[in-house]
Design a protein around this ligand. Structure first.
Ligand code: COI
Length: 356
């Protein structure tokens, strides 16, 4: 069944493109938004009124429930441009699956594949000129959904808006990261919403992260809620370490299961590295660093791509990681992913979704 048969998309093109004002060599993350956005409404149990319209403000009610009770979820995806102009989206079906898992946990309706995937492809075919061709840059895609019912009672909203906005971005982090192990504040607990990509997970991170920033760190390493002994994620990205000969990423229901993280572990397995998704204690990491056994550490995410970690702070001490140059596995992964995303190697794994 095609998108147009089930959910016809009305298209209204902008009369004034902002494209000529963009300096593609100076892209700040999330500051520049492309000309169009996709908007769909959920009302009376059905998705309706799917449209691609000029990017612009949305009208909301002050009593809109997302503002009060936080039914709001999102995703982060990137599209790249090959040398021949082909636009390719990196594994969007994985984000689509995760989006609807988040929706389920927040008691929100699932977004149909035709609207999420079909709408995304149509939006990108309209705004294809916005996909940067500069190495290291990409079109960041932000699908999101929020509860729109004007009601102050605590109950699942009866109406929702699903929106996709996009914009060209460069690196989210432009230098290796200094991360502080957080042992007081908590991001997520067992049975909570840590695995979902909901707005609240980010709101709660801001105060502890600001404290860490004041102490000279870029971000936090979140630990488990119960004992603060086990490493979870960095909040804006997942974490991957190479300890001894093993590539290890922390696992569990309290962390976001990132598409980049998953891709890196899949590549490690494919290339014959020993790779493990498992519980990692802070002590194991610190002991490993002290013993010189942690040869690589990086943050992995759609926005972060693969950002090396240079320093880890724990209980008032800082621990230096080996120089970024010479990190064999992360260099190999980044080179491969860039070659794949910009269409320079064959897509053997089927990770590129082509637009057009
Ligand atoms: C992403 O990597 O796409 C994210 O959503 C992280 C965000 C906090 C920038």
């Amino acid at each position: 069944m095609s998108v147009t048969e089930t959910y016809p998309i009305r298209v209204e093109l902008t009369k004034e493109s902002k494209l000529s004002q963009v300096d593609f060599n100076d892209l700040k993350f999330g500051k520049i938004l492309a000309d169009h956005m996709l908007v769909a409404e959920y009302e009376d149990g059905v998705w309706t009124d799917v449209k691609i319209v000029p990017y612009g403000d949305l009208t909301i009610s002050p009593s809109m429930s997302a503002l009060h009770y936080g039914q709001a979820i999102f995703e982060g995806i990137k599209a790249y441009k090959f040398a021949d102009g082909t636009v390719s989206i990196f594994r969007p079906e994985k984000n689509f699956e995760r989006f609807n898992l988040s929706a389920q946990r927040l008691e929100m309706p699932a977004v149909p594949e035709e609207i999420f995937m079909g709408g995304l492809k149509k939006l990108l075919s309209i705004d294809s000129e916005w996909v940067p061709s500069v190495e290291g840059a990409a079109l960041y895609i932000r699908p999101f959904m929020f509860a729109t019912e004007a009601a102050l009672g605590v109950h699942p909203s009866i109406s929702y808006k699903f929106v996709i906005i996009t914009g060209p971005v460069g690196a989210y982090y432009n230098k290796p990261l200094r991360l502080k192990v957080e042992t007081h504040y908590t991001r997520a607990a067992q049975g909570g919403v840590g695995f979902s990509k909901n707005a609240g997970n980010y709101a709660l991170s801001l105060y502890p992260t600001r404290i860490a920033n004041d102490e000279g760190f870029d971000q936090l390493i979140w630990t488990d809620a119960k004992e603060h002994k086990y490493i979870e994620e960095a909040g804006t990205a997942n974490l991957i370490f190479r300890i001894g000969d093993t590539i290890i990423t922390p696992d569990g229901e309290t962390i976001l299961h990132g598409v980049t993280r998953r891709s890196i572990i899949e590549l490690a397995n494919k290339w014959g590295y020993k790779a493990e998704q498992r519980t990692v204690s802070v002590q194991e990491l610190i002991d490993g660093i002290k013993a010189g056994e942690v040869s690589e550490a990086f943050a992995a995410g759609t926005a972060a791509t693969l950002t090396p970690i240079s320093v880890i702070g724990f209980e008032g001490q800082t621990y230096e990681l080996p120089p970024v140059e010479g990190r064999e596995f992360s260099t190999k992964v980044l080179t491969y992913l860039n070659d794949l995303r910009y269409g320079r190697v064959a897509d053997e794994l089927g990770w590129n979704t082509l637009v057009g």
